[in-house]
Design a protein around this ligand. Structure first.
Ligand code: BEZ
Length: 211
C-alpha cells in the first residue's frame, strides 16, 4: 500500500458493488467522483450518512459528481442494509456500495487505521477529478457522521479553481467573493474576471464568484 497524497492518480480497482462489478476509472468516466468508506453495515451513523447522500443526489448530479460508498461487508449484507436505509431514512439509495470483504480497496486507499480499529474502516472521503487525480482527502472517526454540506462546499471550491482560476477564502460559501489565484497576473484579470476585482494587497485580490 502506497501513501496517497493530493495530486496523485486515484488508484484504480475492480470490485463488486450493489450495482454490479465496477472498474473504478471506467465507472468514473469524465465525471468527478466521491469515494467514501463506512465502518460497517447495519450501524446507526452509517445508516444516516447513506440516507443523506441519497437525498443529495440532485446536488451531486448538478456538479457532475458520481458517488460510490464502500464497506468491508459483503453484497448480501449490503443489499439487506440498503432496504433498512431506504425504510428508515425515507429515501432510495441510488449509488453503488462496494463490497470490500477482502479489504482490497480499503487497503489500497489506507482506509483502515489499526490504532483506531483494526477491522473497520474509518470514515474516509476522497474527491477525484475528471483527470483521475485525488483533489481532496478527509478522514473522520467512526463515531462522527460526516457533514455532506461541507463536502458539496469543497467540491464547489475545487470546481471553481479548476474552471475559473479562483481559490476560496476562509468560511467561504457558494455565492460569496473568491480569491484570484496568485498565478494570474493583474494584466490577465480583465479578460478572466469581467465582474471586476478588488486589490486588498497585491497578493490578496478578491473577485465576485465568476460562475
Ligand atoms: C456507526 O456507523 O454508527 C458506527 C460505526 C462504528 C462505530 C461507531 C458508530
Amino acid at each position: 500500500m502506497a501513501t496517497i497524497r493530493l495530486g496523485d492518480e486515484a488508484p484504480n480497482f475492480v470490485a463488486q458493488s450493489t450495482e454490479g462489478e465496477i472498474n473504478f476509472h471506467d465507472w468514473l468516466g469524465d465525471s468527478w467522483g466521491v469515494l467514501f468508506s463506512h465502518p460497517a453495515d447495519y450501524t446507526p451513523v452509517c445508516t444516516t450518512e447513506l440516507g443523506t447522500v441519497a437525498k443529495y443526489t440532485a446536488e451531486f448530479e448538478k456538479r457532475n459528481v458520481k458517488v460510490v460508498a464502500l464497506s468491508v461487508d459483503g453484497l448480501t449484507s449490503h443489499e439487506g442494509w440498503v432496504n433498512d436505509i431506504n425504510e428508515t431514512q425515507n429515501t432510495t439509495v441510488n449509488f453503488p456500495i462496494i463490497a470490500d470483504e477482502d479489504r482490497k480497496v480499503s487497503d489500497l486507499y489506507d482506509m483502515i487505521h489499526p490504532n483506531a480499529d483494526d477491522t473497520m474502516t474509518v470514515r474516509s472521503v476522497f474527491v477525484i477529478g475528471p483527470d483521475k487525480k485525488v483533489k481532496l482527502m478527509i478522514t473522520y472517526p467512526a463515531s462522527t457522521g460526516r457533514n455532506f454540506d461541507e463536502l458539496l462546499r469543497v467540491i464547489d471550491s475545487l470546481q471553481l479553481t479548476a474552471y475559473h482560476k479562483v481559490a476560496t477564502p476562509a468560511n467561504w460559501n457558494s455565492g460569496e467573493d473568491c480569491v484570484i489565484v496568485p498565478a494570474v497576473t493583474n494584466e490577465e484579470i480583465p479578460a478572466l474576471f469581467p465582474k471586476g476585482y478588488t486589490e486588498v494587497k497585491p497578493y490578496l485580490r478578491m473577485t465576485p464568484q465568476p460562475n
